[in-house]
Design a protein around this ligand. Structure first.
Ligand SMILES: Cc1ncc(COP(=O)(O)O)c(C=O)c1O
Length: 358
């Protein structure tokens, strides 16, 4: 499967959201469970920071404001005992650009990247955009050391991990993660660890990060879910300085870094990370309880999604007005992804509408 710009698939979450929007414009009542962000107002501390920054709009440094890079490194180091310095931290346009950039700087044409399915929709396309080859490993829903070993070849360059997985919400324990990392280390492959749901864990579950792993590891973080700031577009990559320098160079020739005002808001989020993350988690925990109580199903330990066996999502949308993301987009046909991060009223009405067909 060789990608060209012409053949590049647009993001599937974007496509279903667009279809839902089209039906809404035609007057249909739509219950949108296809979104990928915590539907929450910004915490007041963030609104204050945005107000203070209004009126200033210089180019920010391409790698991000020093204060923000330091605050982001501190946030990691305090949670995980890592030792990231400012020079090992770059501010990116969301976690998404961080993953894209990491793949661009790591991959040579034909390099293989191991991705477990179900996967976040953009990984395979991003690998193709970097002229790499995605190697998809089907799982139920965790990657195991045995499956990983079978997938590794002499061309394997990177393993993408996504603890707090989108779409399944699974969490790896310390021993499960250690076992995977041991296999990756033996094969001397890079890890891109997508940790953008690190604060969205429930019922006291512990989040295991790869932050202290090896110098062949790049951590991707983000303010989008952790601090309910998706539209501000602030993410981070942490890793060895040589790789971070290359990502900064890539940014200098593409995005010129992240919006200045967004970075000011992100500083407020990180300096108050516990307060803001607790606010988001507590609001989501209520919605999670309502959603899974109404469904009578067990909730996954992390993230904002429910991934379940489902029929055709387009038909479901047409018949009930409920928008879901089809499992094909995650490498798992026959399934669909619900976001439970909708308002309580939308959850109640949307699940009621869905009762017509399930
Ligand atoms: C697993 C995963 N990684 C990365 C991202 C990118 O998030 P953002 O670019 O908003 O930080 C998302 C967003 O949905 C995601 O679910």
């Amino acid at each position: 499967m060789q990608n060209t710009w012409g053949a590049m698939k647009p993001s599937a979450t974007g496509a279903i959201n667009a279809k839902a929007e089209e039906l809404r414009r035609k007057g249909r009542r739509i219950y949108n469970f296809a979104k990928g962000d915590p539907v929450l107002p910004n915490h007041p501390l963030l609104i204050d920071a945005a107000k203070k920054a209004l009126g200033e709009s210089p180019y920010a440094p391409i790698a991000g404001l020093t204060e923000l890079r330091k605050a982001a490194a501190d946030w990691m180091n305090k949670r995980y005992g890592s030792t990231f310095k400012e020079a090992q931290t770059v501010v990116t346009n969301g976690g998404k650009f961080g993953i894209y950039a990491a793949l661009q700087v790591l991959l040579e044409p034909g390099d293989e990247v191991i991705i477990q399915a179900p996967y976040w929709v953009s990984y395979p396309e991003m690998v193709l955009l970097a002229k790499g080859k995605p190697v998809i490993v089907q799982t139920r829903w965790k990657l195991t050391p045995e499956l990983l070993k079978q997938a590794i070849t002499s061309k394997t360059k990177v393993l993408i991990l996504n603890n707090g997985c989108n779409p399944t919400g699974i969490l790896y324990s310390q021993s499960e993660m250690d076992a995977l990392l041991r296999v990756a280390d033996e094969a001397k492959i890079w890890i891109i660890s997508d940790e953008v749901y690190s604060e969205i864990v429930f019922d006291g579950a512990k989040y295991i990060s790869c932050a202290t792993h090896s110098d062949r590891t790049i951590i991707i973080e983000s303010c989008s879910k952790n601090f309910a700031m998706a539209g501000w577009r602030v993410g981070f990559a942490f890793g060895p300085k040589e790789i971070i320098d290359k990502i900064i160079a890539l940014q200098s020739q593409s995005t010129t870094g992240t919006s200045y005002i967004s970075q000011k808001v992100a500083i407020a989020a990180l300096e108050n990370s516990k307060i803001v993350a607790d606010y988001v988690r507590e609001a989501l925990a209520k919605r999670r309880k309502l959603f899974f109580d109404l469904l009578g199903k067990e909730a996954p330990p992390a993230g904002i999604y429910y991934f379940a066996k489902m029929g055709n999502c387009e038909e479901i949308l047409e018949k009930t007005g409920v928008a879901l993301v089809p499992g094909e987009a995650f490498g798992a046909p026959g399934y669909a992804r619900f976001s439970f991060a909708e308002t309580e009223e939308e959850i109640k009405k949307g699940l009621h509408a869905l009762e017509k067909i399930v």
